[in-house]
Design a binder for this molecule. Structure first.
Ligand SMILES: C[S@@+](CC[C@H](N)C(=O)[O-])C[C@H]1O[C@@H](n2cnc3c(N)ncnc32)[C@H](O)[C@@H]1O
Length: 223
């Protein structure tokens, strides 16, 4: 495991992590189990399954993407939360997958420029502190011609749903470890340097208004 600490967490962040953050990590797979067995799992498999070579998963959580990644992929998983990271390490061991686990946020990746073939962002750009900076980092570490794979909760295109997302953003974020499901993530891709953007907007039924609106697809770092 590679360790990297850009800045120490504040006292409040430490308290949140040690209490609800720990519980959230313990329950995360159970929260998602139903959706993963259905459409969400199929979307994941489709969007990350063709990543080969050096693959970086940003905010990898408990490592759910591992089961969909090619056997010969060289996997780096960046995850700043220690409770998520320890579950990720346990999952990798149980699956017999060799993973370089980096305790780092997406905004400051301790990786060289152009060192990665594919970057995965699944359900994470809604949670990082700075999605624009995270996408710039993803672009920096990708090799020219490398691919960004996205599966993200985003602001709904249905105005009524978007208003609910806006209204409940703060309490939802406090409950869901920072998730801000009303972000307009697609608009950040071109400013971060990506091109050849190929995204589908879709609705995930049964998830409620906060999480039902998603984008799935890919973007490229120009060759
Ligand atoms: C909703 S979970 C998604 C986990 C995983 N990507 C998945 O698809 O199941 C969001 C993850 O982002 C992580 N996270 C929070 N802040 C982050 C940051 N600044 N950079 C990278 N990951 C972050 C959280 O610890 C959590 O593991």
């Amino acid at each position: 495991m590679l360790s990297f600490s850009p800045q120490p967490p504040t006292r409040l962040q430490r308290l949140y992590r040690a209490t609800w953050g720990r519980v959230f990590a313990a329950l995360y797979d159970r929260f998602l189990a139903g959706a993963e067995a259905g459409k969400l799992g199929r979307l994941r498999a489709g969007v990350v399954g063709d990543a080969t070579g050096v693959v970086l998963d940003i905010g990898a959580g408990t490592g759910i993407n591992l089961q969909h990644l090619a056997e010969d992929a060289q996997i780096i998983m960046a995850e700043p939360d220690p409770h998520m990271a320890s579950r990720l390490a346990a999952r990798a061991a149980a699956l017999g997958r060799d993973v370089d686990l980096v305790l780092a946020p997406g905004e400051q990746l301790p990786l060289d420029d152009g060192s990665v073939d594919h970057v995965l962002c699944t359900l994470v750009l809604c949670t990082v502190s700075d999605p624009a900076a995270t996408l710039r980092e993803a672009h920096r570490v990708l090799r020219p011609g490398g691919t960004l794979h996205l599966l993200e909760h985003v602001r709904s295109e249905v105005e009524r749903t978007a208003k609910i997302q806006d209204r409940f953003r703060a309490p939802w974020s406090a409950m869901a470890c920072g998730c801000q499901a009303n972000r307009e993530t697609e608009a950040l891709l071109v400013p971060a340097g990506f091109s050849d953007i190929n995204l589908e907007h879709l609705t995930l039924s049964g998830c409620g208004p906060m999480l039902s609106s998603m984008i799935v697809g890919r973007a490229t770092k120009a060759p």
